[in-house]
Design a protein. Structure first.
Length: 303
């Protein structure tokens, strides 16, 4: 499937939807499994290899079915499983748009360059398409950004972006360096539409990527009669309606699924169009409900 692309402020073209596989083996349940020696050994030698195999298989599948935009971060791992997935998929590296981020830990340890080099080595690639920082860590993100600008000038990434930035973070960045970010990635979904921040980014020529784009399958959306009725009309699922709403808004949704049939569902949103009334009705669902952290109110010593 050929996914439409959007041109960024430096001329690079990016697919209008992406897959973010996140951390291998992520499961909220796992925190509750006891930590006895036996259980830890079982996890390390039996569960973990299976999880890694499934992860590589799922990421490879996402590439094969057309998800060429991959959203990744050094906070999720060293990238070697992504490297395996690229090989397993048979898709040429040049046909992929690979994003990675500088973790907060690397910012705290002032290891920005080393962090990117380790991602490149892990993935087995010479460059990434998009390099971001994961969060604007207080007192550190300006220096991180300056170092990222240097890495961009040296050709290790095709574009630079930021994540979790409010307007005031972006204004500080633009004072500090001569490169405007191509993307700001932050939480957006119908429960938290972030219209002001999106409008500000667009006014500066910065494209927006939406993370937690389907609000982690939140019941308050999935059970909403408005969304169910629109889904029924187009013979689509509520998730597909939400993803289509992002794309028609002009925001790039990043959605996480390691399930092959749900990946196919998520990418199958280019054969229908929401009316402007439907778009407005979905906009109006907003209740400013943030599911993730607010960058101005979080503890960067642990995040
Ligand atoms: N920059 C940042 O700080 C930041 C923060 C959060 C997220 N992100 C990025 O955004 C990506 C997605 O965010 P997220 O994981 O928070 O939230 P999300 O994509 O809104 O939700 C993911 C959840 O939805 C389920 N799901 C996906 N497609 C589905 C479908 N068609 N039907 C039913 N359930 C479906 C997934 O389960 P299955 O896997 O079982 O399908 C998973 O449990 C991340 O992987 C990451 O790349 C970035």
């Amino acid at each position: 499937m050929d996914i439409p692309k959007i041109e960024l402020n430096n001329g690079v073209r990016i697919p209008c939807i992406g897959n973010g596989p996140g951390i291998v083996g992520y499961s909220p349940r796992q925190d509750r499994i006891s930590n006895s020696l036996f259980k830890r050994a079982f996890r390390k030698f039996i569960i973990r290899p299976k999880q890694e195999y499934d992860y590589v298989d799922a990421v490879a599948n996402s590439f094969k079915i057309g998800f060429s935009l991959l959203d990744y971060s050094s906070s999720y791992g060293d990238g070697h499983l992504i490297g395996k997935a690229i090989k397993r998929s048979g898709v040429s590296r040049n046909d992929l748009f690979i994003t990675t981020r500088i973790s907060n830990q690397a910012q705290r340890e002032q290891k920005v360059r080393a962090c990117l080099m380790s991602q490149l080595q892990g993935m087995g690639v010479d460059y990434v398409d998009m390099l971001m920082f994961h969060w604007p860590v207080t007192d550190l993100y300006i220096d991180t950004w300056k170092e990222m600008v240097q890495l961009y000038k040296e050709g290790y990434c095709k574009c630079l972006g930021v994540a979790n930035c409010h307007k005031h973070h972006i204004e500080e960045l633009m004072k500090a360096a001569d490169v405007v970010p191509s993307i700001n990635q932050f939480e957006v979904h119908p429960l938290f539409t972030q219209k002001d921040l999106i409008g500000y980014c667009w006014s500066k020529g910065i494209q927006v990527e939406a993370y937690t784009a389907i609000a982690r399958f939140d019941d308050r959306l999935m059970r909403l009669p408005l969304l169910k009725n629109i889904a029924q009309k187009y013979h689509k699922t509520v998730v597909q309606i939400i993803l289509r709403w992002h794309v028609q808004t002009g925001v790039i949704p990043l959605v996480r699924s390691l399930n092959k049939s749900r990946q196919l569902e998520n990418v199958s949103i280019f054969d229908f169009e929401l009316t402007s009334n439907e778009m407005k009705a979905i906009d109006a669902i907003n209740i400013n409900s943030r599911l993730r952290y607010d960058p101005d109110n979080c503890d960067f010593s642990i995040l």
